[in-house]
Write a protein that binds this ligand. Structure first.
Ligand code: 3PG
Ligand code: MG
Length: 395
């Protein structure tokens, strides 16, 4: 299939360029807590303004109720932080859907696209109004490329020209290289609270990777399915059959590397006392909150000998010091490994930042859900429409 048209191939001078970015960053007390997604967008914005584009930038933040303004989910903190990162003023435009004034070389940021009715369900009338704002639509929101919404898919169908931005292109290339012809052994670490949320990705990875390391509630559920006592650990009883199938190799022959020891406590709290137990010997009143030291050493060895590593989801509750060791050891061993490493997802990015290893990861993806859907081999809807547009343009 034809590749999407790339922003880098277009002349943007004086054009109204509407860029959909994923600036959905955690906000704390009115300011941006982690600006990784904002920093990732800076090269695209600089490239567009250097050419004299009139840049209209749009993004969602959180999941507001549509049709209402919610001050807690305003993009104002995003505009402020972006202004700092770019060393220029990024003006926030609260009312933008019927037209935006923007000078050549200027960047304006529209208010949260999810404040508009019809965004989530990709309403055609809303998408048409977005498309009318621009000469060129640039899809650069890799993190939202798995969502078919008005600002990701609808507008791309209707804009005069639709292309992929540099960040989207880079993400797709890096992930394709890792999953297409990965250097073996290919190791995937998939953590997270729920098996049900990652069912499809676990199935796909079972046939794709050599070793699968589950973390968090996913690991607990698989341990329970293997017959281990998990006490009151987070796990899903209605996923036990699926977990047994996974263990039996029904979806593929990946080796499942389960914890052999775990860190437990009676409560999930910074004051809780942590103890180490062999896997399977968790007390009825205890919950697993991290992997144990022997498991951490084994995982470090697996990661050291890998050719390619894909990581989404922490191993334990790394935000609390006594449950952070497993995730910290994993982050450090991935950083030290010679393997090509790809890390994605909000919590995982927070973990690599917290442990100071972000600059020793081969590729840090801005995507969470999008990253996982790409790994499943799913076509991302916002990318599919760009390919279609490129095909039509070539005819
Ligand atoms: C994310 O953070 O995963 C993306 O920005 C998409 O957000 P959503 O899950 O609310 O659609
Ligand atoms: Mg999400």
């Amino acid at each position: 299939m034809t590749a999407p048209l790339a922003m880098s191939a277009l002349d943007l001078a004086g054009r109204r360029v509407l860029i959909r970015a994923d600036l959905n960053a955690p906000i704390e007390n009115g300011s941006v807590r982690s600006d990784a997604r904002l920093r990732a967008e800076v090269p695209t914005l600089n490239a567009a303004t250097a050419q004299g584009a009139r840049v209209i930038l749009m993004s969602h933040l959180g999941r507001p109720e549509e049709g209402k303004f919610d001050p807690a989910l305003s993009l104002r903190p995003i505009a402020l932080r972006l202004s700092e990162l770019l060393d220029r003023t990024v003006r926030l435009v609260p009312d933008w859907i019927d037209g935006v004034d923007v000078a050549p070389g200027e960047i304006v940021l529209t208010e949260n696209v999810r404040f508009l009715k019809g965004e989530k369900k990709n309403d055609a009338a809303l998408a048409r109004r977005m498309a009318a704002l621009c000469d060129i639509f640039v899809m650069d929101a890799f993190g939202t490329a798995h969502r078919a919404e008005a600002s990701t898919v609808g507008v791309a169908e209707l804009a005069p020209v639709a292309c992929a931005g540099p960040l989207l292109v880079a993400e797709l290339e890096a992930l394709a290289a890792a999953v297409g012809q990965p250097k073996r052994p290919l190791v995937a670490i998939v953590g997270g609270s729920k098996v049900s949320g990652k069912l499809e990705v676990l199935k796909s990875l079972a046939s794709l990777v050599d070793t699968l390391i589950p973390g968090g509630g996913i690991a607990n559920t698989i341990m329970a399915a293997a017959g281990a006592a998990v006490g009151k650990s987070l796990h899903e009883r209605d996923m036990l059959d699926f977990a047994r199938d996974l263990l039996a190799g029904k979806f593929g022959k990946a080796t499942l590397a389960l914890p052999t020891d775990v860190v437990v406590a009676e409560a999930l709290s910074p004051q809780a006392t942590a103890s180490v137990r062999p896997a399977g010997q968790v007390g009825a009143g205890e919950m697993i909150l991290d992997v144990g030291p022997a498991t951490a050493v084994r995982y470090a060895e697996i990661v050291r000998d890998a050719g390619t590593i894909v990581w989404n989801g922490p191993l334990g509750v790394f935000e609390i010091e006594q449950f952070a060791n497993g995730t910290r050891a994993l982050a450090e061993s991935i950083a030290a490994s010679k393997a090509f490493s790809i890390v994605g997802g909000g919590d995982t990015l927070a973990a690599i930042e917290q442990f100071g290893v972000a600059d020793r990861i081969s590729y840090v993806s801005t995507g969470g859900g999008a990253f996982l859907e790409f790994l499943e081999g799913k076509e991302l809807p916002a990318v599919a429409v760009l390919k279609r547009r490129a095909q039509e343009a070539a005819r």
